[in-house]
Design a binder for this molecule. Structure first.
Ligand code: SAJ
Length: 385
């Protein structure tokens, strides 16, 4: 445990990763160039939906140093995002920004780990790039160890999920596996970097395709005047059927984009591409169903009980409705309204029509009142109590 770990990116994954290694007894430095985020983290204001993360921070805050510029270390863990551009191209700017910074500090024998989602083959490209840039040639180790933690249950999943470790060679895989064994109770599976990259993508694409099936069923059932939730409940009684839940669409920073990490590079991703189209269409379908003039939106975050609005279906619904409706928005988790008018629950209940886009638990207390209104309820919030 004498090694110093430098974690780059203090976001949703980097911050808890740094805390877990600090708890395991390592000397940990957390690097975050967004000074606003850095000071929020240092003050202990984290995500209200992750109480165990806040508890862990209070336990280990004295063992972790938060800085805005990279430092020397023995192990570098890259936890920056890989978003896509407007044209659906994978944006590697953040990754190579972090790799460039590491190139300045890395020494012979150091280990570099990438937790971020990557296109297949990228870890090897990073190895070649870093070899040249650092002038260390092959005298360092590199592994892709993708995170799989579920927002709202981050710490539990980071500790107890299995972890796929894909090194660019056997020694890299072994060193990374040994490191994660210090913080993970779940199974650690050793493989190569191409396999770990594809496994991560496949997990999220599996979910995208299954949700697309549920969302397509919801549209078909609407047209056939059949209750989709009853159909899914009954079909799921079959021992080998497990249909996902229909929704207002698929949001978040991962599931809506991971398909492009494959389909941009390989031919034949027909089902994967089609599933994306179905899920992209679902918010528009919901907006088109609205008949009332004044529409109340309940929940704009990408999923319930969380403050994250990245790629939220609410954005598309509201943009579409604003063309010819008055749109009021209420969400206790965020001040974002996507151009709608911020409203309290009473104003929402007074609207001609209400869409329960994101069914936060906080809305449960309004269920009886909502049942008396004209409501579009893509997740069956009112029927599930
Ligand atoms: N959703 C549905 N129907 C469902 C399940 C989800 O419409 O049956 C929607 C949600 O409302 C949300 C979106 O899908 O808009 C994605 O939410 P999610 O809860 O399925 O997943 P994320 O994006 O919060 O986290 C996912 C997780 N991946 C998988 O479960 C395979 C998580 O484990 C990953 O670590 C994370 O992506 C990531 O970082 O890649």
């Amino acid at each position: 445990m004498n090694e110093k770990i430098v974690v780059i990116g203090m976001g949703y994954i980097g911050f808890p990763t740094a805390l877990l290694f600090a708890k395991a007894g390592y000397k940990v430095v957390g690097v975050e160039k967004d000074l606003g985020k850095l000071s929020t983290i240092a003050k202990g204001n984290h995500y209200k939906e992750e109480p165990s993360l806040n508890k862990l921070f209070n336990e280990v805050k004295d063992n972790i140093k938060l800085v805005s510029k990279i430092e020397d270390g023995d192990i570098f863990i890259v936890c920056v995002q890989t978003p896509i551009t407007e044209d659906k191209i994978v944006d590697m700017t953040y990754i190579y920004g972090a790799v460039d910074a590491i190139a300045e500090k890395i020494k012979q024998g150091n280990l570099v780990i990438i937790e971020a989602t990557l296109p297949v083959g990228e870890t090897k490209r990073i190895f070649d790039y870093l070899s040249k840039k650092s002038m260390l040639h092959d005298k360092f180790y590199l592994a892709h160890c993708p995170e799989t933690a579920f927002p709202t249950d981050l710490i539990n999943e980071m500790v107890n999920n299995s972890k796929v470790i894909g090194g660019i060679n056997e020694k890299s895989t072994k060193l990374a596996a040994e490191l994660y064994s210090k913080i993970i109770k779940g199974e650690i599976i050793e493989t190569n970097s191409n396999t770990s990259e594809l496994t991560k993508l496949v997990e999220n694409i599996y979910r995208d395709i299954n949700i697309a099936f549920a969302n397509e069923l919801s549209i078909i059932c609407d047209k056939l005047n059949v209750n989709v939730f009853e159909v899914i409940k009954l079909a799921n009684l079959h021992p080998r059927v497990k249909i996902h839940n229909p929704s207002a669409g698929v949001g978040g920073s991962c599931i809506p984009i991971d398909a492009y990490f494959i389909s941009n590079y390989v031919d034949g991703c027909d089902l994967i591409t089609m599933a994306r189209e179905v899920n992209n269409y679902k918010p528009l379908y919901i907006a088109k169903k609205v008949k009332g003039r004044k529409v109340g939106i309940l929940g704009v975050t990408y999923k319930p009980n969380i403050g994250d609005t990245r790629m939220a279906p609410a954005k598309i619904i509201i943009k579409e409705l604003l063309k010819d409706h008055i749109v009021l928005v209420h969400d206790p988790y965020t001040s974002e309204t996507f151009g709608g008018e911020k409203a309290d629950i009473k104003q929402i209940l007074d609207c001609d029509e209400i869409i329960i886009v994101t069914p936060h638990n906080d809305f449960k207390k309004y269920i009886e009142e909502l049942k008396k209104k004209h409501v579009i309820d893509p997740t069956n919030f009112l029927g599930s109590d």
